[in-house]
Design a protein around this ligand. Structure first.
Ligand code: 5AD
Ligand code: SF4
Length: 468
């Protein structure tokens, strides 16, 4: 048998790319590839790229420059290194990559990575191979299931794609062009995936999709299932302690999703719900099809069923035409909602999107200043939220040994890292932890007995409530 070939994947961008990278590893395992953390050691390097903002695609070209040197160096020692570019930059700029970067052997779009073995063979025969069409066959029907050993090695928390693509066409966003139209996976396939993960020690599942709450998968009963209904079914799978979903759109929050938060202790009370801006004028120019008040009402619906629910969001500053008054409306919304954390970005025009043709660009200095103001506000909310955990007893799902000797690290319901001194036996368990202190972004605590936890569990009310 020939020696295994080594594969290194470098992923940029969102959680879906992290998940896709794992599935690429699973696809290439039967071809004799094993994963290596060291790019210099690899026979095949895949850059799994992101196109969402300008810097993300620039990074790809500078990384390809470095890889060219490594490839040349390996060639001098008689070793052939194959370079592939996958993900959304591959989808959007495949032909350009082939033209600009001769170092690249294979370009594969996000809907085609189940064809990687054939593309590698084609590159060997023909020199290079490119596939960025949206193929007829659905990759999920062809991807091999991960091996039990691979699942166990990946830990107690896992992503599962349930929905992909987006039909919303926000004017700034490339996703509808790179990931294609909205599609949902059939419910039974998702149940099979989650059961296999649970059988191999996974305790937490994050259902992912560009627009995950637009999920409308074919159910086993012949009806179309919503995300809320899917969550109800998955919560019943033995071993699954926690369910999350990301990323949601405010317009697709239906009553079944709210009911899932009300009825299922497995559904974590932490929701990523991007709003992008607090100004109705800018929301309209972004084609979000909702107002700031619509968003506030969605937040209130969640809060009406669960008082300890917390939110995070995404914001864009400096969208074309954004005035100081528009920006202040964003600050006001953030102040009113009170986030546990949020991501904020400077607007960057993406080629091919409607906003890229808008004329009234906001000056870079103004964008920088607005970004700093927004980030200050979000940081102060985040640190207040984290500080509020100190002195409380909260459930932590333990994930792995920490860097510090003897410490085990896990996450709270709000994804805050929490460290305790304990035996590695607790990995995979959800245990009550008394939080003693906060160090930077990490909570430090001690495991509380369940009895102590019951006496000591006030609801988390770190965030302000909206409404009157
Ligand atoms: N410029 C800046 N930020 C963007 N995002 C998406 N497209 C752009 C863009 N053109 C941000 C949005 C989205 C997050 C994933 O990335 O806030 O929610
Ligand atoms: Fe992009 Fe999200 Fe808007 Fe879809 S809903 S176009 S993924 S920002």
């Amino acid at each position: 048998m020939s020696a295994p070939r080594k594969l290194h994947i470098k992923s940029y961008g969102c959680q879906m790319n992290v998940y896709d990278a794992q599935r690429m590893v699973d696809t290439l395992a039967p071809e004799g590839f094993i994963e290596t953390a060291d790019a210099a050691d690899a026979d095949l390097v895949i850059l799994n790229t992101c196109h969402i903002r300008e810097k993300a695609s620039e990074k790809v070209y500078s990384e390809l420059g470095r890889l060219r040197e490594a490839k040349d160096e390996a060639a001098r020692h008689g070793r052939k290194v194959t370079i592939a570019v996958a993900g959304c930059v591959a989808q959007a700029e495949g032909a350009e990559i082939i033209r600009r970067a001769p170092v690249v052997d294979v370009v594969v779009g996000p809907q085609s990575y189940h064809h990687l073995p054939q593309l590698l063979a084609r590159a060997r025969q023909e020199g290079r191979a490119l596939e960025t069409e949206f193929p007829e066959d659905d990759k999920f029907n062809f991807l091999p299931a991960p091996k039990p050993a691979a699942i166990r090695a990946r830990g107690v928390s896992s992503f599962v794609t349930v929905q992909e693509g987006c039909d919303k066409f926000c004017t700034f966003c490339v996703v509808p062009y790179t990931r294609g139209m909205e599609t949902s996976r059939p419910v039974e396939r998702i149940i099979d995936d989650v059961m296999r993960l649970a059988d191999n020690g996974v305790r937490e599942i994050t259902l992912i999709g560009q627009n995950v709450n637009a999920f409308h998968g074919d159910g086993p009963d012949g009806t179309t299932w919503s995300l809320g209904r899917l969550l109800h079914r998955l919560a019943a799978i033995p071993g699954i302690a926690r369910l999350r979903y990301s990323t949601s759109h405010p317009r697709d929050v239906d009553d079944s999703l709210i009911a899932a938060h009300r009825d299922l202790p497995e559904v974590m009370p932490f929701v990523h719900l991007p709003v992008q801006s607090g100004s109705d004028r800018i929301l309209a120019a972004m084609n979000r099809k909702h107002t700031a008040d619509d968003y506030r009402r969605v937040i209130d619906r969640f809060r009406s069923v669960s008082e300890d629910i917390a939110f995070s969001s995404d914001f864009i500053v400096g969208f074309p035409g954004e005035t100081e008054e528009d920006f202040r409306a964003t600050l006001a919304l953030v102040t009113q909602i009170g986030y546990a954390g949020a991501y904020s970005f400077k607007y960057s025009p993406r080629p091919g999107t409607p906003a890229a043709d808008m004329q009234e660009m906001v000056a870079t200095a103004v964008m920088d200043e607005r970004l700093a103001r927004l980030q200050n506000l979000i940081d102060s909310q985040q640190s207040a939220f984290n500080k509020a955990a100190v002195g409380r007893t909260v459930d932590v799902l333990f994930e792995r040994a920490a860097r510090n000797e003897g410490q085990i690290v896990g996450r709270t319901a709000y994804l805050q890292p929490a460290h305790v001194m304990a035996s590695p036996d607790i990995i995979g368990q959800v245990l009550p932890v008394r939080i003693d202190s906060l160090e930077r972004y990490s909570l430090l605590g001690t495991i509380a007995t369940p009895a102590a936890a019951a006496r000591n569990a006030p609801p988390l009310t770190a965030t302000a409530t909206t409404g009157a």
